[in-house]
Design a protein around this ligand. Structure first.
Ligand SMILES: Nc1ncnc2c1ncn2[C@@H]1O[C@H](COP(=O)(O)OP(=O)(O)OP(=O)(O)O)[C@@H](O)[C@H]1O
Length: 263
């Protein structure tokens, strides 16, 4: 009989995490656990440190304190193993404009390929799945430089999906996406979570963020609240971090966020 394998409760765990950018202290002693097999959204005002936190969790930034991925300290992973388990979609990511859409998505398979080896059948299948999931398959022969901002973002999302990692970190993945493609992105994330994957995203679209399982609310380099999106306390924490300039309401089974206009 095979013993049941229990996934660790936290896909990512930070303890006393602090980080600086240049001379400036940006993150201050953050301790948090991001649950495995769930979608967590990090939200907060401009400059709160959301992107910096995501980068530190991805091991892309020097930091004090510890970060564990899937129960193991980031430092104990080989870079190749880590790149197989943790996929990254950054903000305003550059990618060579003359690469084809296919080749950009194939970059997501690099952690799975031996040095200089040709892509395997499995690599090609993963790239096709990813490009179809983001409706970028039709453009596979076009170069990235010929695409609009939103089309380009869908190709970069496909690259992140093609890794087929256990944990996906995405910084403002909805940038440039029109409302139908934002809804498609939601479908993609929900499908990933149903497969048991963990998604952590920084989002400015608060109503979209409230579709997540959990919110992490940040201000001034600290976490002010972490909790389920459906909880009243989470809504109040959101309103507070945005200086009561927004209000959260329920409409047709979804959360909507309205600006509170000055009288
Ligand atoms: N190279 C740098 N040197 C010093 N401070 C920096 C540097 N880069 C960013 N910062 C500052 O770090 C803080 C956090 O930035 P970060 O990008 O993490 O915020 P954010 O919450 O993601 O913001 P936004 O919502 O505007 O994208 C900001 O106040 C920013 O001005």
């Amino acid at each position: 009989m095979t013993a049941a394998v229990h996934a660790p409760a936290a896909a990512l765990e930070a303890r006393d995490l602090s980080a600086r950018l240049g001379e400036a202290a940006i993150l201050h002693d953050i301790t948090l656990a991001l649950p495995s097999g769930r979608w967590t959204c990090i939200v907060g005002p401009n400059g709160a440190g959301k992107s910096t936190l995501l980068k530190a969790l991805a091991g892309l930034l020097p930091h004090r304190g510890s970060v564990a991925l899937l129960g193991r300290s980031l430092a104990d992973w080989s870079s190749r193993q880590r790149a197989q388990q943790l996929s990254w979609l950054g903000q305003n990511e550059g990618s060579a404009d003359d690469l084809t859409v296919w080749d950009v998505a194939m970059l997501g398979r690099l952690p799975h390929q031996a040095w200089l080896s040709a892509p395997s059948e499995a690599d090609r299948a993963a790239v096709e799945r990813a490009l179809r999931a983001t409706q970028a398959w039709e453009w596979r022969a076009r170069s990235l430089g010929q695409l609009s901002g939103g089309e380009r973002q869908r190709v970069l999302l496909a690259r992140a999906l093609a890794v087929e990692a256990q944990v996906l970190l995405m910084d403002e993945p909805l940038a440039n996406l029109d409302p139908p493609h934002q809804a498609d992105w939601l479908d993609v994330v929900q499908a990933l979570v149903r497969e048991g994957k963990t998604v952590v995203s920084v989002l400015h679209e608060i109503a979209m963020a409230l579709h997540a399982d959990e919110l992490v609310v940040m201000a001034q380099g600290r976490v002010t609240h972490q909790g389920p999106c459906a909880d009243e306390t989470t809504h109040r924490a959101l309103e507070a971090v945005f200086d009561q300039r927004i209000t959260v309401h329920q409409l047709q089974g979804q959360w909507v966020v309205l600006p509170r206009l000055r009288p």
